[in-house]
Design a protein around this ligand. Structure first.
Ligand code: IPE
Ligand code: IPE
Ligand code: MG
Length: 237
């Protein structure tokens, strides 16, 4: 809510789509595309640090992505572990705090351990918060919050008419993080695919044909330039 200051971009969110198509064009495996995609996330973090963006949320795996072949799913899960191990030192040097949103139930134990370790070891870092949406679904997030709230109501710790937007938000995954100002989707689709449904209420949306592994400084700056020209009215005049 506080992020509603004209022109300032505090929180960028990215739907990193197009790894599969990027690989296909090169006659490579989808897994290889995901690996290049993960390397590109490292690049994006550095670009965001340079541009003093405070929060970067990226969509890595949706609650619907389990529909993919088991080999692709497990390659994606192993990638999370590998990437964290590989970039741990660099994340520290860059002052990047890691946080995860999504449903931990259903994730392999080793992935959960890596997530907990990454969050724990980086929690005092201040430069950039990198929020990774893993096994994330906007509807699942909202349902989880609704369940928590209704059990509080049943327990009598809060009454029904005390439930406001602010109270509801406190039950979402990271209630201390401001809503995203800009959501970029690579790969050309014009949809949210269940990403940040609640938080996206007044986000600016930007879709670009560029496939995720090819998205670099030039593409990011074009998106930021476009964003800087938008007039955010929030329902006003
Ligand atoms: C995005 O790339 C990464 C994930 C969803 C994990 P895709 O794998 O969806 O790539 P395309 O859309 O098939 O090209
Ligand atoms: C959205 O991409 C999810 C991620 C980028 C992780 P998808 O490729 O899963 O989205 P759809 O299926 O095209 O909507
Ligand atoms: Mg896709």
């Amino acid at each position: 809510m506080e992020s509603r200051k004209e022109g300032i971009l505090r929180h960028l969110a990215v739907i990193m789509d197009g790894n599969g198509r990027w690989a296909k064009k090169r006659h490579l495996s989808r897994e290889f595309g995901h690996r290049r995609g993960a390397e590109n996330l490292r690049t994006l973090c550095i670009l965001c640090r340079e541009r003093e963006i405070q929060y970067l949320t990226v969509y890595a795996f949706s609650t619907e992505n389990w529909k993919r072949p088991a080999t692709e799913v497990s390659a994606l899960m192993s990638l999370v572990i590998r990437v964290f191990r590989q970039y741990m030192d660099e994340l520290e040097r860059e002052g990047i705090r890691l946080r995860f949103i999504g449903d931990r139930i259903g994730l392999p134990a080793e992935v959960i351990e890596t997530m907990v370790e990454a969050e724990e070891s980086s929690k005092n870092r201040q430069k950039l918060q990198l929020i990774i949406a893993l096994n994330y679904g906007g509807r699942r997030e909202i349902i989880t919050a609704a369940r928590a709230l209704s059990s509080n109501i049943l327990a009598g710790t809060i009454s029904e008419d005390e439930v406001t937007e602010e109270i509801f938000e406190q039950h979402l995954y990271l209630s201390d993080v401001p809503d995203p100002d800009l959501i970029i989707r690579t790969g050309g689709e014009m949809r949210l695919s269940n990403f940040l449904l609640w938080q996206a209420a007044y986000a600016e949306f930007y879709s670009v044909d560029c496939l995720w592994p090819d998205f670099g400084a030039e593409e990011l700056d074009a998106a930021l330039e476009d964003y800087s020209k938008r007039q955010r009215r929030y329902g006003g005049v």
